[in-house]
Design a protein around this ligand. Structure first.
Ligand code: 5GP
Length: 135
C-alpha cells in the first residue's frame, strides 16, 4: 500500500516542504503539536527504525539535525523534542519511517511523553541483562 508520505514524495499530495535531498524529505506536520512541528522522513517506504539500512539511519539523523537547527534559528523555541514512534502501541499512525521535531516553549500546552516510574536495582539489572544479550 502506498503511504501518504510516499504520495507527498511523489508530489501527488501537497505539503509545506522545508528540505529535500536524495534520501530524505522534511515538511510541516498537517496537525501540528506546536508551531513549526516538522516531520523528517526517509524517502523509501519503510515502516520503522529497525527496517532502515545504515545509510538511511545516518541520512535521516543528519537531516533531523539540519532542520532542527533551522527551526531553532527561525522560531527561537526554548527547546525541542525529537520523537520517533515505532508500532501502533507507541502511537505510530503512518507506517512510513518519520521523525517528529516539535519546538517547545516554556509553559506550552504540550505534555511529556512519559510519567517517571520506579524500579529497583534488581529490576534494572535484569532488564539490562536481557537487552545486552541481544547487542
Ligand atoms: P505518527 O503518530 O505516525 O508518528 O505521526 C504521524 C504524523 O503524520 C501525525 O502527526 C500527523 O499529523 C501527520 N500526518 C498524517 N497525514 C499527513 C499528511 O497528509 N500531511 C502531513 N503534512 N502530515 C500528515
Amino acid at each position: 500500500m502506498t503511504s501518504v508520505f510516499t504520495r507527498i514524495v511523489r508530489g501527488e499530495l501537497p505539503a509545506f516542504k522545508l528540505y529535500e535531498d536524495d534520501l530524505t524529505l522534511a515538511f510541516l506536520d498537517i496537525n501540528p503539536a506546536a508551531r513549526g512541528h516538522t516531520l523528517v522522513i526517509a524517502k523509501p517506504e519503510l515502516p520503522g527504525l529497525l527496517d532502515l539500512p545504515p545509510e538511511l539511519v545516518a541520512a535521516t539523523a543528519l537531516t533531523t539535525q539540519r532542520v532542527a537547527r533551522a527551526i531553532v534559528a527561525a522560531l527561537q523555541p526554548d527547546g525541542f523534542n525529537i520523537i520517533q514512534n515505532n508500532g501502533a502501541a507507541a502511537g505510530q499512525v503512518v507506517f512510513h519511517f518519520h521523525v517528529h521535531i516539535i519546538p517547545r516553549w516554556d509553559g506550552d500546552r504540550s505534555v511529556k511523553l512519559w510519567r517517571p516510574g520506579t524500579a529497583t536495582a534488581d529490576d534494572l539489572q535484569v532488564v539490562a541483562s536481557e537487552i545486552i544479550a541481544h547487542i
